[in-house]
Ligand binder design. Structure first.
Ligand code: ADE
Length: 235
């Protein structure tokens, strides 16, 4: 396995690069790719920046230029369900691009000419991520929960209750909203690369989302990413 690890922002990947050995850095397409050994796994860490195009470009380069065989996206997300709270972790079983709508040419959410709307993550990576997250959460105060299911991505920061309500009407199983995962899913689906997505909930995708996001991403997200990836590499 050569594992590509993507996050949108530096806070979401904090500590991982410091934990790497035999590090080599390469700049390509305005991003820095750090290759090395991460707890015995051959890994390449990179920050995609925010949004679906940024994430798709980063995933493609990881595969085509850095020869990764598997990809994990780790970061934060807004809650997509009342049962999913700030501090909980969501591991994606499938991902949908919630702003994809080529109807009436294709059904809403379907990625034209692929026949796919919900793209399934790799079962083994997803199982390992869930195990790693569960192990980490057991030691966290306040009993945060692990959830597995549907994550929706789009080029929108969801910050109004009504925006989330409309998405939830269309996607009742939704657990979390973010801005990159389903783009990585499409790239990996098309290139035949197993992938997983793990997200810590930073906000409730409502009017408080921006403030909660900033606070959570600085104080908490980095600790989650580091600890969960460390457990993942040891599973
Ligand atoms: N990532 C974290 N919170 C988010 C939100 N509310 N909307 C979209 N992406 C997010």
């Amino acid at each position: 396995m050569r594992l590509g690890i993507i996050s949108a922002l530096a806070e979401e990947q904090m500590g991982l690069i410091d934990a790497m050995h035999n590090v080599e850095k390469h700049v390509h397409g305005m991003r820095e790719y750090t290759a090395g050994k991460l707890w015995d796994i051959d890994a390449v860490c990179v920050l995609s920046r925010i949004g679906k195009v940024a994430a798709a470009m980063t995933a493609s380069i990881l595969v085509e230029k850095f020869d990764v065989t598997h990809i994990v996206f780790t970061g934060v997300a807004g809650s997509g369900d009342v049962g999913v709270r700030v501090g909980d972790i969501v591991v994606a079983e499938s991902l949908v691009q919630h702003d994809m709508d080529a109807s009436p040419l294709f059904p809403r959410f379907e990625i034209p000419l692929t026949g796919q709307s919900h793209i399934a993550s790799d079962r083994d990576l997803t199982r390992r991520l869930a195990l790693a997250a569960r192990e980490f959460l057991q030691e966290e105060p306040g009993t945060p929960q692990l959830h597995r299911g549907l994550i929706a991505s789009g080029d929108q920061f969801i910050k109004h209750r009504a925006q989330l309500g409309a998405l939830k009407d269309a996607l009742p199983d939704l657990l979390a909203v973010e801005m990159e995962g389903a783009a990585v899913a499409q790239v990996c689906f098309e290139l035949g690369i197993p992938f997983g997505v793990i997200r810590t909930i930073s906000d409730n995708a409502n009017e408080d989302a921006a403030v909660d996001f900033m606070e959570f991403v600085h104080k908490v997200a980095s600790r989650y990413a580091f600890s969960v990836l460390r457990n993942f590499c040891r599973v």
